[in-house]
Write a protein that binds this ligand. Structure first.
Ligand code: KIV
Ligand code: ZN
Length: 387
């Protein structure tokens, strides 16, 4: 079956960097951008050019540095913002202007102090303005998931007429469920007459822990661009995590029959670089990139893993660039794993010796959280000396 190509829009350097504790300097942003290019993302949102001189400089530097990826800058729906965004990205091989305006009544009334009609006019005018600068213009309807659906469809139709090549429907506050996403994207696909002239995008925040599930639902309903960040960093509870989204598609490709350009083997390297730069490590049980994502301690699991790794792993560590599964020795481990680790360390032991040492190992594991190879060697050597 011909698989639909989806586009991965990475916003680690914009929405991700907006999260407290994740700001990066120019040099760090360039290093991260080059790694994102190696990861194979299709579009890289390099920053919000008008936000600060530093942001402008990094968007401009990244635009000159990367070759194989579209570079976007965010801008509010204001002429000045759009001009500055263009100045920053215009050197890129494939530049994109990403402009946005909120469309929910809540945002219109309390934040923008505008009515729906004026917001529609502004959206159309700013897309046209951006289209005078470049062919690749993305328009986002901020707070789309809390926007009246008929009004939302009208805005989508008009910004496509005005020349938007990508229309993004963000779940800005992470309020939607997968059912909501299916309904919203399907309605737009069915009701907006010119929808086939643009790519629909989803941009899901993780306030209810549903960002990846919501993105998958949006793609299944017809969106073809998903916006995400490495390790899901971003405003508040973050954005959809790129590694979770892509590995869900790879692992469950019968249910999500899409092709994509991401080289999954670069996932671990990308996450490590982000941690190195920001000093923040993913929590150990974080899917795909946490330290425990491919570690097994329980005896039953270790026994299964030694027989066939499919028993307890749904993807290989190599597929995300992790060297190998680790069978961690601790109080839950069984004798098989213990014996195997000793054999790997060069100890060939008789049955009785193993039995005695295994008892000693269990007592040690009750006292000590992590058992290292040095602990094991000390256990064998001291038992040999005393016998
Ligand atoms: O969450 C959001 O709505 C955004 C837009 C600016 C795209 O980040
Ligand atoms: Zn966002």
């Amino acid at each position: 079956m011909e698989k639909d190509r989806i586009y991965i829009f990475d916003t680690t350097l914009r929405d991700g960097e907006q999260a407290p504790g994740y700001s990066m300097n120019l040099d760090e942003k360039i290093r991260m951008a080059l790694q994102l290019e190696a990861l194979g993302v299709d579009i890289l949102e390099a920053g919000f050019a008008i936000a600060s001189p530093g942001d402008f400089a990094s968007v401009q530097a990244i635009s000159k540095e990367v070759k194989d990826v579209t570079v976007a800058s965010l801008s509010r729906a204001l002429e000045k913002d759009i001009e500055v965004a263009w100045e920053a990205v215009k050197h890129a091989k494939r530049p994109r202007i990403h402009t946005f305006l909120a469309t929910s009544d809540l945002h219109l009334k309390f934040k923008l102090k505008m009515n729906r009609e004026d917001a529609l006019k502004r959206s159309v005018a700013m897309v046209k303005f951006a289209r005078n600068l470049t062919d690749d213009v993305e328009f986002s309807l901020e707070d789309a998931t809390r926007t009246d659906i008929d009004y939302l469809c009208k805005v989508v139709e008009e910004v496509i007429k005005a020349g938007a090549s990508v229309v993004n429907l963000p779940d800005t506050v992470g309020y939607a469920t997968p059912d909501d996403m299916t309904r919203m994207i399907s309605t737009v696909m069915n009701k907006v007459p010119n929808v086939d002239k643009a790519i629909l995008a989803v941009h899901c925040h993780n306030d209810l822990g549903l960002a990846v599930a919501n993105s998958l639902a949006g793609l299944k309903a017809g969106a073809r661009q998903a916006e995400c960040t490495v390790c899901g960093i971003g405003e508040r509870a973050g954005n959809a995590a790129i590694e979770e989204l892509v590995m869900a598609i790879r692992t469950r490709n019968d249910d999500y029959p899409f092709s994509y350009g991401v080289r999954t083997e670069e996932i671990s390297r990308s996450s490590r670089l982000l941690s190195q730069i920001t000093g923040v490590k993913p929590y150990p049980s974080k899917a795909i990139v946490g330290a425990n994502a491919f570690a097994h301690e329980s005896g039953i699991h270790q026994h299964g893993m030694m027989a066939n790794s499919l028993t307890y792993e749904i993807m290989t560590p190599e597929s995300v660039g992790v060297m190998t599964t680790s069978l961690v020795l601790g109080k839950h481990s069984g004798q098989h794993a213990f014996e195997k680790r000793l054999a790997d360390l060069g100890y060939v032991l008789g049955k009785e010796e193993i039995k005695t040492l295994f008892g000693e190992f269990k007592s040690l594991a009750d006292r000590k959280k992590t058992i290292t190879d040095r602990d094991l060697i000390a256990l064998v050597e001291s038992s040999r000396q005393s016998s």
